[in-house]
Structure formats: C-alpha cells, structure tokens
Design a protein around this ligand. Structure first.
Ligand code: IPE
Ligand code: MG
Length: 229
C-alpha cells in the first residue's frame, strides 16, 4: 500500500491525511476481495523500517490503526473476515496491541482472512524462523540435517497461510521492500502507478486480469504450450 504520502503532498495536505485516505482504500479493497472470492488478503501496513519515520507520523499511523479497528470491526463481522497480525507485535504500543488482540479474538472463527503486516520485515521473519529452529536443535528436538524448505516455512509467522499468488504494489515502485521475501518466490508481481488512496475497482480488476493472463511455470515448462512452441 504505497503512495499515501505523495497523494497528500500533491494536495498540499499533511501526510497523515494520505494515510487516512489509504484507510478508506482498505475498506474498498476488502469489498473487491469478497466479490472476487479471494480468501487471503495481506496488507503491508507498517514495516520494521517504518519506525525510522518522524515520531509524529508513526504516532499518527498507530492512532489511525486503533481508530480503524474501532470503526471497521462491524464490517469484518459482516463480511465474516478474520483479522490476523504478522510481524514483531512486541514492538507495537500496548494500546494498539490490545485493540488488535480484541478484534483477532472476536473474528477468530471466520474463514476468510485479512492479514495485517505490522512491524513486519521479510528478513526479520526468516531470522525468526532460523532462531526457532536453532532453539529446537539446541534442545535436541530437531536434527539440523532435517532442516529443509518445509521446516523453515513451518516456522514463519503464519505457517498455515498459503504463499501469495499475486502481489500488487501501488505508486509505481519496482521493488519488494522486504515484503514476504520467503513466500513471494513464485508470486506474480503487478505494479500500478496509481497511488494507494486512489486505488479503485478498475485498478483491482486490471490486476486480476493481468494475473489471469500470466503463465505460471514455477521453473517448469508451460502446461498448455502455444501452437508455435
Ligand atoms: C504507504 O504510503 C503507507 C505506509 C508505509 C504506512 P507512504 O507513506 O510510503 O507514501 P509515500 O511513499 O511517501 O508516497
Ligand atoms: Mg512509500
């Protein structure tokens, strides 16, 4: 979800206003996902690197998050969406953590998932998995020789969540910025110049259409070869 700051700047507004507008986009996108029967939506809301931002912007983002949860909880129930958090939640202010825990518990029974990455970093997550495995090995509960890709995947933050099929980045930046580094290996990437607050149904449809045209070979060869090949 990139481009909130630029969206605000272009209007002569404080950056926090861009984040507020971005919150409205989240609400819209949840609706598009429901209509398209998408079971997992993961939003990169705040990275481990975002703590470097000015204190007032971080505070505004945290405040917005609590506000958002208070306002949107009924919508999560209405759409039967389970909220989950992924990241270093120990970094979050206690009131943010408490608000998140409350909504996570209240929505725990729903099948569709909205996953919020908060204080999240892909490298941090992989280091977390390595630490967990090392701990087990040190206790003699794990043979280091048995550590394979599945073992690492089982110790990521949310091991039951499937790898993403499609990653959409707004605002035109051509990088992953430490998002789901492990899980993204075979994700299809889609970048749109649209800034996150402006991201609408046409952008969402365009991303899904582009995804539908991709030939996902996973390092193999095409399952349906074209006549020329
Ligand atoms: C993305 O918008 C939202 C967060 C990182 C929280 P930005 O704040 O990165 O917006 P730009 O990149 O400055 O336009
Ligand atoms: Mg940005």
């Amino acid at each position: 979800m990139d481009g909130n700051g630029r969206w605000a700047q272009a209007r002569g507004l404080p950056r926090a206003e861009g984040h507020r507008a971005g919150g409205k986009t989240v609400r819209r996108v949840l609706g598009y996902c429901r209509d398209a029967d998408i079971r997992y939506l993961t939003l990169y809301a705040f990275s481990v690197e975002n703590w470097k931002r000015p204190k007032d912007e971080v505070a505004a983002l945290m405040h917005l998050l609590v506000d958002y949860l208070a306002h949107e909880e009924p919508m999560l129930h209405e759409h039967r969406v389970r909220l989950r958090i992924m990241g270093r939640r120990e970094d979050l202010p206690p009131e943010v953590d408490a608000a998140l825990t409350r909504v996570e518990r209240a929505t725990a029974a729903y099948e569709r998932q909205l996953i919020l990455c908060l204080s999240y970093g892909g490298r941090t997550e992989i280091a977390h998995a390595a630490r967990e495995l090392a701990r087990l090995a040190a206790k003699g509960e794990l043979d280091p020789e048995s550590i394979d890709e599945d073992a690492i995947a089982r110790h990521l933050y949310l091991p039951d969540v499937p790898d993403p099929d499609l990653i959409i980045r707004t605002s035109g930046e051509l990088r992953l910025s430490n998002f789901l580094l492990w899980q993204a290996s075979y994700a299809e990437l889609y970048v749109t110049p649209t800034l996150w607050p402006d991201f609408g149904e046409a952008d969402f449809k365009a991303a899904l259409d582009a995804f539908a045209r991709r030939d996902r070979r996973y390092g193999g060869i095409s399952a349906t070869p074209s006549p020329q090949s």
